[in-house]
Design a protein around this ligand. Sequence first.
Ligand SMILES: NC(=O)c1ccc[n+]([C@@H]2O[C@H](COP(=O)([O-])OP(=O)(O)OC[C@H]3O[C@@H](n4cnc5c(N)ncnc54)[C@H](O)[C@@H]3O)[C@@H](O)[C@H]2O)c1
Length: 246
Amino acid sequence: MRLENEVFVVTGAQGGMGKETVKRFLEEGAFVVAVDLNVDGVVESDYLLPIAADLTKEEEVANVFSSAFEKFERIDGLVNIAGIAQPATPIEEVSLADWEKIMRVNATAPFLTCRAAVPFMKNNGGGVIVNIASISIVRPRPGLNAYIASKGAAVSFSQALAIELADYGIRVNVVNPGPADTKMLGEFTAKNNDIEATKESVFKKSVPLGRLISPNDIANSLVYLCSKEASIVTGSVLNVDGGRGI
Ligand SMILES: NC(=O)c1ccc[n+]([C@@H]2O[C@H](COP(=O)([O-])OP(=O)(O)OC[C@H]3O[C@@H](n4cnc5c(N)ncnc54)[C@H](O)[C@@H]3O)[C@@H](O)[C@H]2O)c1
């Protein structure tokens, strides 16, 4: 098993990619702290600790990490999957409140969780962080202005941490998913557009390998980046996108 006995905090654990990642990490022998706004129906076990938290709130983030440490007595890794979409919107119609909300969830929450995780990792003499951004930062789509800015911030922040934390044996990487077959994909379409038709005619067509990215594609890349197989990989951005970024 590739993550045996390691403790990971996984955010966005109830979403399309998050659920699959929690499952795969458990299969690889990890202990998992599964965090989302709502964790109803997720049953605690010796290996799994579900925690409901709004990761834009400092005190809730602090509680996630103290509860995780209380149960598992160490924290080896953090995988930030939580995020929100933006319906494609012309820039002059984007409200300040919408901009700030997207930045708070997609950029500030990873800052808060990384800041909380790093002291535990420094104490362990190492650790690993993976932040999920988006291939849209490489190939933007019209109207996703705030979303793309927030994901760009997440990438720059991750690379800044990769250099800052290298001396401590803490690796920090990014995964850029391409259009993925989850609930979120429909949330990028402009208001009043047919979601299912857009998935087929716009998103699927945009992937050179000819299919949407599956949650399992993302979970596989996360297992790799969090495992010892990637022990020399830091500051990298892995596009898991079927070639969409080319
Ligand atoms: N689906 C795609 O096509 C696609 C493409 C590129 C990147 N991404 C990114 O991948 C990640 C996962 O997306 P997904 O497709 O699984 O989406 P999803 O909507 O299924 O899951 C996102 C999860 O994040 C949680 N979340 C949102 N705000 C939160 C908060 N404040 N605190 C705690 N949890 C919160 C939601 O409750 C949800 O369960 C996101 O960061 C997204 O931006 C998705």
